[in-house]
Design a protein around this ligand. Structure first.
Ligand code: FAD
Ligand code: SF4
Length: 503
């Protein structure tokens, strides 16, 4: 039997399971990586995402070669032509691939008609395998993040003191999520100059004239494991001490605040979740950092990230088609060109995403996704946009975060209530409203903030459904206090907003 290994673009780690299964005798097992230009034309992508993935693949191929592997790197239109040729050249009888994280690509591999046997090796880029998550989930009525996270802390012995959480509590959120103060001294993010390989990838993408979103340059993301480790180190020394405290703050001109910027690297395999968690835990012990920041960060990686991956594979393949609120408005055009909206919060964040491919969690959830939810945009349209716009977007993380958490389109499999908010929240957590033409305090005047009339109209439109969730009763009680006249004005503003200029 001759085994060959196909390394996919988000599996760039020497210990990934397919490579690890052959590492005893590297020279004997040919390896292939393929850049397919057809594949990236199936949907628009952020130009920088394409640069990141292809440049990281090319760098990883070099790393494998210098480590003694026999590597073929193919730049091609499709995947199948170079695969067939390589299988024939090396007389490969078994093609090994680590199981893709995304279901559609796994399906694609299963449907391949190649002249050899195809073997999928279980994915080891996550701490919880699909089976382990199923086992945890199967006996539970509700799949609560909090329960899963605590189980993870115990299972991997992270921030534990015997069988108790360090500090006596599992959660320090009361100390976190502070609104931004004026004149915050924020850290500078660690960026990199593109090297020769990255420049050649940028040139290729420009030549291909793809339908890309956002600006391809300046490209400043890391593209190697070494750079990804530098970003993690920078976060731990420069940003960690305030991570939790200002986790939800949004400030004009501050793209990254105290966030780690590691999601693109984790999602490509350049960093591994356990090394990130261990490094954070070690920083806590050696630097005596405040526990609220450390626990808040570990909750993201050990809790949320693993939970999202687990839910994605635990639910049926049609999870992404969910539309609990039956929302069908098209995505407003300004999502593709942020300068076209007068809403300052959206404009600031959209133009930032065009420049960088990045926005932090609250910008994604409470502004970009929240607006689509309360305005009644189709969940699938906003999901496709998120997929196109972000540097770290993949199917597994998109469906759960956008369809589930952001749009509540799964009817509450993942979140216990919709993340819907008016200008009150945005004003509390950011400085955007101060520079906006809309009136953040009004919900029915001609200049009322659209987040306000859409929020109250959303609550009114879905009153009955929201009542069934229990956790919305307090806000529904406030809805009752609005007079029928004002409610009619709110509804008319919401309906009239959907004019041609906005869609
Ligand atoms: P930090 O704030 O520094 O957090 C540390 C790490 O925790 C992140 O790098 C990430 O790996 C992990 N994490 C935290 N929350 C989540 C979560 N909900 N799901 C998965 N991982 C999480 N994350 C992506 O990786 N890709 C996406 O395409 C993506 N799209 C999102 C869309 C929406 C609508 C929402 C609400 C969230 C989305 N997230 C996505 C989750 C989260 O917003 C990003 O992981 C995070 O903002 C990345 O920035 P960071 O590395 O600076 O994260
Ligand atoms: Fe956004 Fe409304 Fe605030 Fe303007 S007033 S920044 S639209 S929340």
């Amino acid at each position: 039997m001759t085994i060959g290994i196909w390394v996919l673009g988000d599996q760039l780690w020497q210990q990934q399971s397919a490579l690890a299964s052959c590492k005893q005798d590297k020279k004997r097992y040919p390896v292939i990586l393929i850049e397919s230009s057809q594949y990236v034309q199936q949907r628009p992508y952020h130009g920088q995402k394409l640069v990141l993935v292809w440049s990281a693949m090319r760098h990883f191929a070099e790393e494998l070669k210098s480590d003694g592997w026999d590597v073929t790197y193919q730049i091609s239109e499709d995947f199948v032509t170079p695969l067939q040729a390589w299988i024939q050249e090396y007389r490969i009888t078994q093609l090994r691939v680590m199981t893709p994280s995304d279901r559609p690509f796994e399906q694609f591999i299963n449907n391949l008609d190649l002249n050899c046997n195809v073997s999928l090796i279980p994915n080891n880029h996550f701490l919880w395998s699909k089976q382990e998550f199923h086992d945890w989930a199967k006996s539970r009525k509700r799949l609560l993040l909090e329960d899963f996270y605590r189980q993870g802390r115990k299972r991997f012995n992270i921030l534990m003191d015997g069988d108790k959480p360090i500090g006596g509590k599992w959660n320090f959120d009361k100390q976190n999520r502070k609104p931004p103060k004026k004149n915050l001294a924020t850290p500078t993010a660690l960026w990199f100059e593109p090297d020769r390989i990255t420049i050649s990838v940028i040139e290729r993408i420009e030549e291909l004239k793809l339908n890309i979103y956002g600006k391809i340059e300046p490209f400043r993301w890391g593209v190697t494991r070494q750079q990804a480790k530098q970003v993690l180190g920078h976060f731990l020394t420069q940003c960690f001490s305030n991570f939790g405290t200002y986790q939800d703050a949004m400030v004009t001109g501050e793209d990254t605040l105290w966030h780690s910027l590691i999601s693109p690297y984790l999602n490509l395999g350049l960093l591994q979740p356990m090394e990130v968690i261990k490094a954070a835990e070690q920083a806590y012990h050696s630097k005596e950092l405040a526990l609220n920041n450390v626990e808040g960060f570990i909750r993201q990686v050990l809790g949320w990230r693993e939970y999202m991956y687990g839910i994605y594979h635990h639910t049926e393949a049609d999870y992404g088609d969910g539309n609990w609120f039956n929302h069908h408005h098209p995505l407003p055009q300004f999502y593709w060109d942020g300068a076209k909206t007068e809403m300052n919060c959206l404009r600031q964040i959209l133009t930032q995403v065009e420049r960088t491919g990045y926005a932090h969690h609250i910008q994604r959830l409470m502004v970009l996704s929240n607006f689509a939810l309360i305005a009644g945009v189709s969940p699938q349209e906003i999901e496709s946009w998120f997929h196109a716009a972000f540097i770290d977007a993949y199917d597994w993380v998109m469906q759960t975060n956008v369809i589930g958490m952001g749009q509540f389109a799964d009817g509450g499999k993942l979140a216990s209530k919709p993340y819907a908010a008016s200008a009150n929240y945005i004003n509390k957590m950011s400085d955007y409203c101060g520079n906006c033409t809309f009136d953040r305090t009004s919900r029915h005047s001609p200049n009322a903030c659209p987040f306000n009339f859409f929020y109250w109209d959303f609550l009114d439109r879905h009153r009955e459904k929201l009542k069934s969730l229990g956790r919305m009763n307090l806000v529904l009680a406030n809805l009752k206090k609005i007079s029928p006249e004002e409610l009619a004005q709110i509804k008319s503003l919401a309906e009239n907003w959907w004019t041609k200029e906005n869609c």
